[in-house]
Write a protein that binds this ligand. Structure first.
Ligand code: ATP
Ligand code: BTN
Length: 321
């Protein structure tokens, strides 16, 4: 990745949401006003809305609550945490680092140029608006247990949000957070490698915080915490720290006791429990009523043949029309 220090310095100055003259910004980084205008264009490409008023200078449409690694690390936790403001994908970064990483290592970013969802779909990742967070985890139980990870992490995120006073966030099997039937966050679990019996996994989360409602490129209804909390978005650094700790706790519990405790916790939060849905499995579609999940992490569907369990990365769940 290119060196983005100049643009990031400009953004730190603009983060207060006030006007800053081209001259003052030029002095700050030691370049001409023309060069500032070029950098501002580059910043706009990261999805930020900056405008210029003659005689006043540049201003961000919304103040920015930027990530700060000194605020992200929880006291007493010494696993590695990398804040890389501009990145292709936090999941890809940890996958590239491979199995040299310590279990629990975290990568967090302000902007992803190539954020992705399941099956290579795009994850829209504008600068500073959301959280893009990935963790490397060595799963001693091996590959067979990996399917449960998106469920366990999903439960951990919703419960952590509840502890912060955020109500009404639900889960959609197997990897999404919803609010009022709109997508708030997605979780992507990818295999980095295997060593001995253990599976080395990268778990990534994109959680929308204050993404501009006019953001384009998302092909389904979506929402952000700003809407959920009616304008009161939690501090991004505090939220990220709380989520990282919640993941550590949930992943340790999962390693120790498996899914047992998570089944009830998931079912309480399942957005589609008791509702009619379709499961899309390649060319096949199955209709039924959601009955929660089982201890393998499979979704239970009541169909005309009784209750059936479905599991696998190729399955998509949709609300019945
Ligand atoms: P599935 O049930 O198969 O998981 P999905 O539509 O949720 O279906 P994913 O691969 O999980 O698909 O997520 C990627 C999709 O999420 C994208 O195709 C897009 O529709 C949507 N999306 C992309 N960026 C965002 C975002 N920032 N917030 C909400 N939704 C997004
Ligand atoms: C989905 O809904 O399919 C999952 C979306 C996961 C997005 C996150 S953002 C942080 C991490 N890095 C990525 O490229 N993807 C995940």
């Amino acid at each position: 990745m290119r060196d983005h220090t100049t643009k990031l310095t400009l953004l730190k100055a603009l983060a207060d949401g006030e006007f800053h003259s081209g001259e003052a910004l030029g002095e700050l980084i030691g370049v001409s006003r023309a060069a500032i205008s070029k950098h501002i264009k580059g910043i706009q490409d990261w999805g930020l809305d900056i405008y210029r008023v003659q005689g006043k200078g540049y201003k961000l449409a919304q103040p920015l609550n930027m990530l700060d690694d000194s605020k992200l690390k929880a006291p007493g936790v010494d696993s590695s945490l990398e804040l890389i403001p501009i990145i292709s994908s936090t999941n890809q970064h940890l996958l590239d680092k491979g199995d040299s990483l310590e279990s629990g290592s975290v990568c967090i970013a302000e902007y992803q140029a190539a954020g992705r969802g399941r099956r290579g779909r795009e994850w829209v990742s504008p600068f500073g608006a959301n959280l893009y967070l990935s963790m490397y985890w060595r799963l001693d139980a091996g590959m067979a247990a990996a399917m449960g990870l998106s469920l366990v992490v999903g439960v951990a995120i919703v419960e952590a949000l509840e502890e912060m006073g955020v109500e009404g966030v639900k889960l959609k099997w197997p990897n999404d957070l919803y609010h009022n039937d709109k997508k708030l966050a997605g979780i992507l679990v990818e295999l980095s490698g295997q060593s001995g019996g253990a599976a080395n996994i990268v778990i990534g989360m994109g959680l929308n915080l204050s993404m501009d409602p006019s953001t384009s490129g998302i092909g389904q209804p979506w929402t952000s915490l700003k809407e959920v909390c009616e304008g009161q978005v939690p501090d991004r650094n505090e939220l990220a720290q709380a989520l990282i700790n919640a993941w550590y706790k949930a992943l340790d519990e999962y390693e120790l006791k498996g899914m047992t405790d998570f089944v009830g916790r998931w079912n309480r939060l399942d957005n589609f429990l008791g509702r009619s849905v379709r499961l899309i499995i390649g060319p096949r579609e199955i209709e039924g009523t959601v009955k929660g999940i089982n201890e393998q992490g499979a979704v239970l569907l009541e169909t005309e043949n009784g209750i059936e369990a479905y599991i696998g990365g190729e399955i998509s769940l949709r609300k019945a029309d």
